[in-house]
Design a protein around this ligand. Structure first.
Ligand SMILES: Cc1cc2nc3c(=O)[nH]c(=O)nc-3n(C[C@H](O)[C@H](O)[C@H](O)COP(=O)(O)O)c2cc1C
Length: 165
């Protein structure tokens, strides 16, 4: 089936996964920013990947305006805690669409001031909570640092899914 990987990436982790995925599938890959709607008609299947901000998969709504993704991958900094993935599925209305969560990381140096400010505020308010979730603990420990938890082996279940369907 003629497939295209479309992605939205802020600091490069999702882009790296999208490139690797399209290589593994032997298919095209394009950034959502450069997507030409008419070009999409040449493809029977769209796999979409977006980075996660506040639980939302960035670019997914825009993509949905022009195509229905056959599978979605979400790239966040949080470890793959099941409750976090369940939240992402819910927040992004993905009950019917296969969702694959991939760990990215943080490239603090690549963030603009507004995003750094948001993260600083999130870290501060989360740190004050006594009943923190696992994700909360992780954010308090890691926000403000740069790290790379990406690993292309994480793509395996998605590659298998796409190849089998
Ligand atoms: C403002 C902001 C909010 C974020 N919110 C989340 C979040 O809710 N959950 C999560 O796992 N990661 C969150 N992240 C981390 C990014 O999803 C992570 O850095 C991801 O690897 C970025 O992918 P990219 O390099 O393709 O942009 C947030 C990052 C920023 C800058």
């Amino acid at each position: 089936m003629k497939t295209i990987v479309v992605y939205s990436s802020n600091t490069g982790f999702t882009e790296q996964y999208a490139f690797e995925l399209s290589e593994r599938l032997g298919c095209s890959c394009v950034s959502l920013k450069k997507l030409d709607e008419t070009e999409l008609r040449a493809y029977e299947r769209v796999v979409f990947g977006g980075w996660v901000m506040g639980g939302m998969i960035m670019g997914l709504d825009k993509l949905r305006g022009v195509a229905t993704p056959a599978a979605v991958f979400a790239v966040g900094c949080t470890p793959p805690f099941e409750e976090v993935i369940a939240d992402i599925r819910k927040q992004n209305n993905l009950a019917e669409t296969p969702l694959f969560y991939l760990e990215g990381g943080f490239r603090f140096d690549k963030l603009g001031l507004p995003q750094r400010m948001i993260l600083k505020a999130v870290k501060k308010s989360t740190a004050k909570k006594n009943d923190r979730t696992r994700q909360g603990d992780f954010m308090v420990e890691m926000l403000g640092t740069s790290f790379d938890h990406s690993d292309k082996a994480q793509l395996e279940p998605l590659v298998e899914y796409v190849e089998a369907s």
